[in-house]
Write a protein that binds this ligand. Structure first.
Ligand code: URP
Ligand code: ZN
Ligand code: ZN
Length: 463
């Protein structure tokens, strides 16, 4: 058998196994996993001695080139997917937004155009639904046929994205019928709005009030409500960017009852806290995203939730806005600060460092959280998310001993600050392959803009 590429002497890690093996790649696919595969039959050989080989990371929550908060997220599909690749992510699922009065198809067409010819790794889309008259419900089915097998709904951001319970319930019924998955932004937006207006009236306009006006109870209440609506509809539900213990408890209880309830958290909730607002002047704006940062004790609860499978996925909710000119839009009023933070590049290193290096969970659980579970939940498995004969050769040669300090000076996201500035990570990608093509080689981009392909995802199938 001839290989285009052979990765030799690595420690192959999947969600279930860890073993030394060589990996043979041909035409973008893994065609052999075995001992002592013959190097002379390969065009290119990489020696992975002393390194892990992981399936490429899958980030199921990103917002590239997204209009929001009176501006647009700072990474487009070229810069965002390039930064993702630097960090070992080889697939992402972004959000196509349906605005009021539009068809769902319009949303998809718009986001296809944004990504086409720009992405350097493969990508899919969820559809954000904001307007769903009965006549449009059927369109969910046609999107599922196009490979858009998940829909995001918002219980927050009144007047922008928020939808009411009746719409949520109808969408869940349709999701159950079409084997698709509802992703929920769970915060009680109406109650939060009252708290926000009261804070503004009291002259509380600084960035930290974004966090202080969005209590954990508002997230827990909405999480519980989303789960209850999904239970009534007989549908699965996936809670996005879960940030606090109270919401986690709702997910845990539902899962203990056997409901198909899933949730993700993000590195910012694992590493950052309200203490990050103790910075001079307006700099707290760098940490304005939604749900907000919480008291520090929540972090350990979230790490425990990841270890115990109460949480299934770590995504980034990458939604970058530059501090200068973008975050500054809210200098006099925290409600005008565009919500979101940059994180697409550092997910694997942060989760590996905080999870595996600190022995909170195994390297297999790490792979499950950043690649396998997202692939299974979002209709990409086994094409993506594992190392097996027949899978796409999306692979990361990962050096568990390589260290770095995260900084905006060295990152590749198109944004002028880092949420994780100064945090030391141990464990970083050395080479990254997307469908067998080397895209990152020792911290150098060697891929091709536009080589990323749209992924038509399979329908939701209980993992
Ligand atoms: O602050 C955030 N998370 N911005 C992105 C939009 C969202 O709610 O996911
Ligand atoms: Zn959200
Ligand atoms: Zn988001």
């Amino acid at each position: 058998m001839n290989f285009d590429t052979l990765i030799k002497n690595g420690i192959v890690v999947t969600a279930t196994d860890t073993y030394p093996a060589d990996i043979g790649i041909s035409k973008g696919k893994i065609v052999a996993v075995g001992q002592a595969l013959p190097a002379e039959t390969a065009t290119k050989t990489f020696d992975a001695q002393g390194n892990f080989v992981f399936p490429g990371g899958i980030d199921v929550h990103t917002h590239l080139d997204m209009p929001f908060g009176g501006t647009k997220s700072a990474d487009d599909f070229e810069s965002g997917t390039t930064a993702a690749a630097f960090g070992g992510t080889t697939t992402l699922i972004d959000f196509a937004i349906q605005y009021k009065g539009q068809t769902l198809r319009t949303a998809l067409d718009t986001w296809w155009k944004k990504a086409d010819g720009k992405a350097v790794i493969d990508y899919g889309f969820h559809c954000i639904v904001t307007d769903l008259p009965d006549a449009r419900l059927e369109e969910m089915k046609s999107l599922v046929h196009e490979g858009i097998t998940s829909f995001k709904l918002f219980m927050a951001y009144p007047g922008v994205f928020m939808v009411e319970d009746g719409l949520i319930f109808k969408a869940m019924l349709k999701a159950s019928e079409t084997n698709s998955l509802i992703c929920m932004h769970a915060e009680n937006g109406s109650a939060i709005d009252v708290i926000v207006q009261r804070a503004l009236a009291e002259g509380k306009t600084a960035p930290k009030y974004h966090a202080l006006t969005r209590p954990t109870t508002a997230e827990a209440e909405a999480t519980g409500r989303a789960i209850a609506l999904a239970e009534m509809a007989g549908a699965p539900v996936y809670i996005v960017h879960l940030s606090c213990n109270e919401a986690l408890e709702k997910v845990r209880e539902a899962r203990d009852r056997g409901l198909p309830t899933y949730a993700e958290t993000c590195p910012q909730y694992l590493y950052l806290s309200l203490e990050n607002f103790d910075v001079p002047g307006f700099e707290g704006a760098k940490y304005v995203f939604t749900p907000p940062l919480r008291e520090k004790w929540h972090q350990e609860k979230l790490w425990n939730g990841l270890a115990a499978d109460h949480l299934q996925v770590v995504s980034t909710d990458h939604c970058p806005f530059c501090y200068k000119e973008q975050k500054e839009l809210g200098k006099d009023d925290f409600t005008k600060i565009p919500n979101g933070g940059p994180g697409i590049e550092h997910r694997l290193s942060l989760v590996y460092t905080g999870g595996v290096q600190t022995k909170r969970f195994s390297v297999n659980r790490f792979v499950e959280l950043v690649a396998t579970a997202p692939a299974k939940l979002f209709g990409l498995y086994p094409r993506k998310g594992t190392i097996a004969v027949g899978s796409d050769a999306d692979l990361v040669i990962f050096d568990p001993n390589r260290e770095a300090v995260i900084s905006a000076k060295t990152h590749h996201m198109r944004v002028d600050y880092s949420m994780f500035e100064g945090i030391r990570v141990k464990g970083m990608p050395r080479q990254v392959f997307s469908r067998g093509q080397l895209v990152i080689d020792n911290n150098k981009f060697v891929g091709r803009v536009g080589q990323g392909e749209f992924l038509k995802r399979q329908s939701y199938n209980s993992p």
